[in-house]
Design a protein around this ligand. Sequence first.
Ligand SMILES: Cc1cc2nc3c(=O)[nH]c(=O)nc-3n(C[C@H](O)[C@H](O)[C@H](O)COP(=O)(O)OP(=O)(O)OC[C@H]3O[C@@H](n4cnc5c(N)ncnc54)[C@H](O)[C@@H]3O)c2cc1C
Length: 501
Amino acid sequence: MVSAPAAASFTGSADPDCDLLVLGGGPGGYSAAFRAADLGLKVILVERYAQLGGVCLNVGCIPSKTLLHVAAVMDEVSRLAALGIDFGAPTVSIDKLRAHKEKVITKLTGGLAAMAKVRKVTVLRGYGAFVGANHVQVEETTGSAQEKTGKTQTIAFKKCIIAAGSQAVRLPCLPDDPRVVDSTGALALQEVPKRMLILGGGIIGLEMGTVYSALGARLDVVEMQDGLMPGADRDLVRVWQKLNAPRFDNIMLKTKTVAARATPEGIEVTFAPAEEGGTCPAPQTYDLVLQAVGRTPNGKKIAADKAGVAVTERGLIPVDIQMRTNMPHIFAIGDIVGQPMLAHKAVHEGHVAAEVIAGELQGNKELSSTAFNARVIPSVAYTDPEVAWVGLTEDQARAQGVKVNKGLFPWAASGRAIANGRDEGFTKLLFDEATHRIVGGGIVGTHAGDMIGEIALAIEMGADAVDIGKTIHPHPTLGESIGMAAEMAHGSCTDLPPGRR
Ligand SMILES: Cc1cc2nc3c(=O)[nH]c(=O)nc-3n(C[C@H](O)[C@H](O)[C@H](O)COP(=O)(O)OP(=O)(O)OC[C@H]3O[C@@H](n4cnc5c(N)ncnc54)[C@H](O)[C@@H]3O)c2cc1C
């Protein structure tokens, strides 16, 4: 239980007022603001940076995928040498690559600004903090960062959506040094290190490692747990790990980082076993250390207590399934309400909050009864190969005692995967033995992330193996592996020898 603070009462005068104030212009915030405006509300969107889009567009999903695309093409091209098409060793212009990444960001964030204008959403540039239960004070900011101009204004709102996101966790044992970066620093792409340490074997660290490795860096990774990419089934991760082993000098599992110091040669990092009796390597020196040990929600940075909004010790804002905080007129969405910290979750939560609010202000019962009731939220590691999963994993099914019937289709039997020269992957589907409905699935292979949505849809629709297997998938595609995995579960697959289940 989080105790609710008493709201402060604001007695000053407010400048503009609005039906809805959205605090934070990331994917959660702008989606909520746009949906609310489309439903007829007067909306003010407060964002401290010059560009909308939040972490996702500026320093997250989009720049990382831009660079990962380049990395994947570089790797693909180098593989062609074995097929008789040799382009030779690449020359890398880091400045041009950085400029390309910036161009992609500018195109997308510029599009958001235009869409806000068309919808008549007022975007206020500044740092917002609550001063009462119905008021936010905005300190104007300028420049490319968050320099304050000294001007403030106070906005009165009927309803508010908090979408202030999260920030990277900083390990206290690491020195303040330009060679120690978080994902934002890594995406700034200053130079390519010879030796790079990734602290934390989760998706963000491994994606950035993939980029730097393609550009020429040797990688080490250190992870407290006993496997990389926690959350995904081990059989999926094993395929990624086998193909990616050449990128790494050391994969240090069940190991923690206990000290680090800046030296002229690099950052010298000391490790210790995470468990008693374990072993770990001697201190190592790196040109670049990437901290990717998680993100912490920004709930403690917006004076939420002044509005009476409860925030946990970790900065998380608890909400109900309508995204409502303990204060009935204030909602929260996205990373600030917790895991999974993913853009597609933030967007859906934003739509829910906007619809509930519009429904309440306009007396529309259908809208006001909207709730976040998605059964599943897909996860994707955009590594090479990609690893994607949704719904129950096999590990979770085992832990929860859910008996599942598994359909697994190896890409070694997929015409398209073989034609692409990338047949290392597989697609698996899990069906509840009792109901026969699909409850989960995972894909490892190129473009897995583009295909996982079909499995999410099947789960949402309550499909069974016959529904999926009898849906005609185009041939030859990687996507048909989903239909074939369903046929494997059903026993009707003709693309593998009979009896292989
Ligand atoms: C390197 C990296 C890669 C990622 N890749 C993916 C991916 O591939 N797919 C995926 O789904 N997710 C990915 N994520 C996660 C994704 O970026 C986040 O889940 C998503 O951005 C969360 O959206 P949000 O709207 O909740 O918050 P944010 O995007 O964090 O936006 C919050 C906004 O609020 C603003 N703000 C905060 N406080 C204030 C204040 N007091 N006043 C004014 N403005 C304020 C911030 O400036 C920011 O613009 C990635 C994250 C990182 C770091």
